[in-house]
Design a protein around this ligand. Structure first.
Ligand code: TMP
Length: 216
């Protein structure tokens, strides 16, 4: 029977390059011989993807911040029960594009609900369950928003927010990294793509090595 898998999450503001980074991290994990379940939040289940649709639709612009936070956690509860926990128990490694750090950053700081409200929901929905590793792709909001706009897709409900909103989010992520440095790895995502890729590979190889040692 394999041991419990590991839970790895990826965070960053819009335009940080998360899609590319997900691929790089997945390749590193698979090269090390792990079975990877790649998933995302909000989403990852049929119900979660419906909730995602509601959350991202520009026509829901007037949604109350509390409703937004509760919908994030409703999707998360389903995701944990149906996908994440079963995978970890099978011994698979779960790689998730965003998780609760995003609720602290976007709802807690961006929407100014405060971290206490998010912490209450986190404890209720997750108990003591936390990611084993969180990779933060950090970059200035102006750079990220320019990159996101350059994709040519219509802006979703979050992407239509202003630079001040994203500045609060970036700062909240950086504060979380500083408060709990062992769980996070922060990558400078303003560097050229090749350098970001290289930094991610090095970070992952080192962390995977540590995990292998902690199992011996
Ligand atoms: P993304 O797939 O492009 O990352 O879009 C998901 C959006 O949802 C992104 O703008 C961040 C937002 N989000 C929150 O506001 N809170 C959360 O807890 C999560 C998981 C995502």
């Amino acid at each position: 029977m394999p041991g419990r898998g590991r839970f790895i999450t990826l965070e960053g503001i819009e335009g940080a390059g998360k899609s590319t980074a997900m691929g790089v991290i997945q390749a590193c994990l698979e090269q090390a011989g792990h079975t990877v379940v790649k998933t995302r939040e909000p989403g990852g289940t049929a119900l979660g993807e419906s909730v995602r649709h509601l959350l991202l639709q520009p026509s829901e612009q007037a949604m109350s911040p509390k409703t937004e936070a509760l919908l994030m956690f409703a999707a998360r509860a389903e995701h944990l029960d149906k996908v994440i926990e079963p995978a970890l128990q099978r011994g698979d490694w779960v790689l998730c594009d965003r998780f609760t750090d995003a609720s602290y950053a976007y709802q807690g700081a961006g929407r100014q609900l405060g971290s206490e409200a998010i912490s209450i929901l986190e404890h209720w929905v997750q108990g003591s369950m936390r990611p084993d590793l969180t990779v933060l792709l950090d970059l200035p909001p102006d750079t990220g928003l320019d990159r996101a706009a350059g994709r040519g897709q219509p802006a979703d409900r979050f992407e239509s927010e202003n630079a001040v909103f994203f500045q609060r989010i970036r700062q909240a992520y950086l504060d979380r990294v500083q408060a709990e440095p062992t769980r996070y790895r922060c990558i400078d995502a303003a560097q050229p793509l090749e350098e970001v890729r290289h930094a991610l590979q090095e970070t992952m190889q080192q962390w995977i090595g540590q995990q292998a040692k902690s199992r011996q």
